[in-house]
Design a protein around this ligand. Structure first.
Ligand code: UTP
Length: 271
């Protein structure tokens, strides 16, 4: 399936990153040498996306759009238009995706969480696009140990379609003990537009929020959702330790900083 638009929800409260997020949107916090959302937009561009719709809170839109202003030179992003839409209130990830309905229209689209970064060279979106048929949605899942399932959405596996693609029959947000499987949903999705109808029917769920996982559950129960299974780690920059780790991993992966940075880290570790 060809997908040329991505939706990036970035309107969460960012409470785990306070006080850094008191005045600055979390998506603009620097990772190595650029805002975290730029890493995500670059990943989208590598997969052929030409338009990125960022869902922002009422204060965050202008500053994020300004960063991606076409007149500014951002290598690799000249063919990508970034625009913001507003989520008036942070009522959950599903609610944020629904805020993008008008901007997305009737196109298939990726959802990419701005907190979750891939290493350069790692590829998920093109695999999601290959896993979809004409009218099914696809979620990226990775196997996690039992103890980590309480923090994620977890799918109910259905029949396998290949080594890395399976049908799913349902999904549960943060199930913890009693999870239906070890396949946890991780920050990348491909949706066909019918997801918006499913989202409209979703009531507040886990934490009182409109959960995207509940819309995935609804799609899956209707036989219209697949999972792409892989072992690609997403670097979570939404909490301080994950943020530090992501800076180190991506800093050490960057040829411009790698050697000098490695010697800094080595020196610190022997102290
Ligand atoms: P998180 O729950 O991880 O982010 O949402 P958060 O709410 O910003 O973080 P904390 O828990 O307060 O620290 C996952 C993604 O969904 C977006 C967030 O911006 C993040 O990228 N999100 C979440 C929205 O856009 N709107 C919401 O109402 C909730």
């Amino acid at each position: 399936m060809k997908v040329d638009v991505a939706l990036v929800p970035a309107a969460g409260r960012g409470t785990r990153m306070r006080p850094a997020t008191n005045a600055i949107p979390k998506a603009l916090l620097t990772v190595v040498d650029r805002p975290s959302i730029q890493w995500v937009v670059e990943e989208a561009a590598r997969a052929g996306v030409t338009e990125v719709v960022v869902v922002v809170d009422p204060d965050g839109g202008a500053i994020i759009e300004r960063h991606f202003d076409e007149s500014r030179f951002l290598p690799g992003l000249s063919g990508v238009k970034v625009r913001a839409v507003i989520q008036e209130e942070a009522k959950g990830l599903g609610h944020a995706v629904l805020a993008g309905r008008e901007a997305i229209g009737l196109r298939p689209f990726f959802v990419m969480l701005a907190d979750d970064l891939v290493r350069p060279g790692e590829e998920l979106l093109s695999h999601l696009a290959r896993a979809a048929d004409l009218d099914t949605s696809v979620v990226y899942v990775r196997r996690l140990p039992d103890g980590m399932l309480g923090a994620k959405g977890v799918v109910v596996p259905g029949s396998g379609l290949s080594d890395s693609v399976m049908e799913i029959e349902g999904a549960v947000e943060k199930p913890g003990a009693g999870a239906p499987s070890n396949y946890a949903i991780h920050g990348r999705y491909l949706f066909v537009p019918e997801v918006f109808d499913h989202l409209t029917g979703v009531a507040p769920g886990y934490g009182g929020e409109i959960q995207l996982t509940d819309a995935v559950d609804s799609l899956a129960r209707a036989g219209r959702c697949r999972a792409y299974v892989a072992d690609v780690e997403l670097l979570d920059v939404g909490n301080p330790l994950g943020y530090l780790r992501a800076n180190t991993v991506l800093g050490l992966a960057d040829p411009a900083y790698r050697d000098a940075y490695r010697s800094i880290v080595d020196d610190l570790l022997v102290e």
